[in-house]
Write a protein that binds this ligand. Sequence first.
Ligand code: BMA
Length: 378
Amino acid sequence: MKTLNLSILFILMACSVSAQKLPLPADKKATKETIALFQSLYKLLDKGIMYGHQDDLMYGYNWWYQKERSDTKEAAGDYPAVAGFELGHIELGNERSLDSVSFEQIREQIKVHYNRGGVITVSWHLNNPLTMQIKDSTSGWQHGTAWDVTSKDVVESILPGGKNNQLFDTWLERLAIFFTSLKDDKGTAIPFIFRPFHEHSGSFFWWGTNICTDQQYAALWRYTVTFLREKKNIHNILYAYNTDRVTSLDQYMRGYPGDDIIDMLSLDMYDRGPAFDSELDTALAFVTNEATTRNKLIALSETGERRGMKDWWTAVILPIVSKYRVGYVLTWRDAYRTKFSVSGNPIEAFPDDFRNFYASPHSLFLKDIQEANVYRRK
Ligand code: BMA
């Protein structure tokens, strides 16, 4: 009897230890599907590297919004595990994004990818609310772009007490309306990763390192998340903190808004030449270490190939990223007909190497994560 009791006790202890090991999202009110996504992604950190592609389901090099189409699928035979979407200009009340993609169609494809069991990530190149240059379709306001860094007063101007605080609230309101509309057929809120105010360590967006103070940056984050969580009651979001290339942890953490806000530590680094290998290796070492200590998810949330390199996927990105607990690697958009290529997506240019990346046991595409049932659907 005593032995039996003891063994039951051990089983109970073992269960509670393994349950304790899985951390929870920062939002204490996160929906159960959002908790499931967070914990599934956490577990997948030890399984392999998901492949993500920006706007994969919206357009490709030579097609524009054709349902079921995907450059990734055409190259490798499967959809990416992570589908990226961009919401720039939703704040203006426009029907199309800054990349001319219809928000209605984005909503539709988010749902499609969710139903397939894929992971969704959303970026937001929101305009500059202070330097008003572009016409807003609804209110007549004029705005500059996300890249307009001509003033250092932007963040201060939208925080409480600033002259654009009300305007920023309107923008967040529009964002919230879109987020609230992301539901499946049963009315369940679709969980997704949101990565606003990205690439903080650079100074090419109005929220960049030298354009606002670290305190203002953290306050901007906290204000935004509090607005969505508390005012709008939105609890299906995992928030990704993000920088561009960095050389130290101190630099990476500048302006970090706090563990109660952030779910994922992510990094954007494009390959601009041979120094990339060691730069990425070093940065991933301290970012993944920090994320592990804080029980956060991890991603290389934007990257792109070295120009002209034919085996970048298998010779550079895969070996470096495989050394660390990186959840996903996302390459940027295959901009329709423009071959816009800061990112230069090498899927089309070097499909054989991409197929080798796909064939690697370390890379995870949609079919691999469908098996993981990341939303724990019955
Ligand atoms: C950038 C470029 C831009 C695009 C923006 C948002 O990196 O691809 O052309 O407008 O992302 O998708």
